[in-house]
Design a binder for this molecule. Structure first.
Ligand SMILES: Cc1cc2nc3c(=O)[nH]c(=O)nc-3n(C[C@H](O)[C@H](O)[C@H](O)COP(=O)(O)OP(=O)(O)OC[C@H]3O[C@@H](n4cnc5c(N)ncnc54)[C@H](O)[C@@H]3O)c2cc1C
Length: 404
């Protein structure tokens, strides 16, 4: 559980206190660096909690280099046993809905998520069920026969049973990041399309950030939500603990007039066997998205080549032909190379910098962070403004323990 540090007054309360002259003290000024899924939502919830917030991004929210770029992301609660992410996904779902209503926008498409479970070891899936129940996420268990009756367009060879989450589905990615920025600006936030160019943020004393236009930014608290770039900005504290890996994503064209592979007839799906492959039908007309979750080689998010490999395309084509035989000859419409920003244990990194008490490091989305954006943002606003400590699972000192 999150605990407040003893003897400290929540900053929110400090903000509300009046000075001896009777004038209100200025608000806590928080600088958030990075307007992706983690930083954007954090900036928004800090603002809603009464902070003054300056949000910065080098290339803009959901840009093509960012981990939050591209068309779509899966939202699901099936996460295995003993982890906090099922509950976080449930809270995030609620907040995605609330914000959609507030902005009158459609960002979450609850087309359902089908999790195909392989014959053999199904501890991950069995362990997910109590977590789903506890989090209040509705689901159905389907036998192989039920799966075949419901989705005859899938070749179910090697599948034993399935979990179906009717309220799961997909989120728009780039569009949602932009919507968060628009909401943030409409509610009074300040945004600068600039990069932090300070070096050596780990060591030495600094009390302001050097920005790419030569100006400086000074704030009471700093949150670095720089996705795959976090290790470069904090080489000692983070360094290789955020390892960007190259991930290829493919969009195939479905036969004209055939709805079997669109989100009208097929939910988001995940195929958990020796490899973990997933797909999102629909994608605003961009085709049938398929990707392999296996970690690719290390990747440079700034200048890495984003052309997919012939080998990656062949592997995914073979897979599609096997699992969705009617798409055997489907043309490749589009492809993308994105990167995961992996922490060593795939858990998020949420902690204060060990030297700079007013600097927070937020990242390590590890290929599953996007859906949690609003829940993380809400949690971060509480941690920063109420001076609480993050859960041990997210803290940096776990890495020291992992090495021992
Ligand atoms: C192919 C792929 C599929 C995925 N699928 C899913 C999924 O289905 N479901 C899911 O929940 N998650 C998924 N994820 C993971 C999820 O997208 C990421 O975990 C999440 O988007 C990470 O967000 P972030 O804000 O930490 O990083 P980013 O989105 O990378 O944001 C970091 C931002 O920091 C900015 N920045 C960096 N350095 C500086 C600097 N010096 N100054 C100013 N700004 C800077 C960048 O421009 C960038 O916009 C997937 C990721 C990929 C790549």
């Amino acid at each position: 559980m999150l605990g407040q540090v003893e003897g400290e007054t929540p900053v929110d309360d400090q903000v509300k206190k009046m000075s001896s002259k009777g004038t209100a003290k200025t608000k806590t000024h928080v600088a958030v660096i990075g307007a992706g899924a983690f930083g954007g939502w954090t900036a928004l919830y800090l603002l809603r909690r009464g902070a003054q917030v300056t949000l910065l991004d080098a290339w803009g929210p959901g840009n093509s280099r960012a981990s939050s770029g591209g068309e779509t992301r899966v939202i699901r609660g099936t996460y295995g046993p003993n982890q906090p992410y099922t509950k976080m996904a449930a809270r995030a779902t609620q907040l995605w809905k609330e914000n959609e209503q507030r902005w009158n926008l459609k960002l979450m498409h609850q087309t359902g998520v089908l999790w195909m479970v392989a014959a053999g070891d199904d501890q991950f899936e069995r362990g997910s069920l109590p977590e789903l129940r506890e989090a209040g996420i509705s689901y159905q268990e389907f036998s192989l026969r039920e799966l075949a009756a419901r989705w005859p367009q899938i070749n179910l060879e090697g599948v034993h049973w399935g979990i179906y989450e009717p309220e799961g589905g997909h989120l728009t990615a780039r569009i949602a990041c932009q919507a968060v920025l628009d909401g943030f600006l409409a509610e009074g936030g300040e945004y600068k399309s600039l990069a932090v160019s300070s070096r050596n943020l780990d060591s030495g004393k600094w009390d302001s950030l050097l920005l790419s236009d030569g100006s400086r930014l000074s704030a009471d608290q700093y949150i670095f939500a720089c996705g795959p770039w976090l290790g470069r900005l904090f080489p000692e504290t983070i360094g290789a603990r955020v390892r960007p890996t190259r991930q290829e994503v493919f969009f195939f064209g479905c036969p004209a007039g055939d709805e079997r592979f669109t989100d009208k007839k097929l939910p988001v799906w995940a195929d958990h066997r020796d490899r973990f492959i997933y797909g999102i039908p629909g994608n605003q007309g961009r085709g049938f998205k398929v990707a392999d979750d296996t970690r690719g080689p290390e990747f440079d998010p700034t200048s890495g080549d984003r052309t997919v490999t012939a080998e990656g395309l062949k592997n995914i084509r073979d897979y599609v032909a096997f699992r969705f035989p009617a798409l055997k000859d489907a043309p490749l419409l589009e492809s993308r190379v994105c990167q995961y920003e992996n922490s060593p244990d795939n858990n998020f990194i949420i902690d204060r910098h060990p030297v700079h008490e007013n600097v927070w490091l937020l990242g390590g989305g590890s290929g599953h962070g996007f859906k949690h954006g609003p829940a993380l943002g809400e949690m971060m606003a509480g941690l920063v403004l109420e001076r609480k400590n993050p859960d041990a699972l997210f803290r940096l000192d776990r890495f020291r323990k992992m090495m021992n």
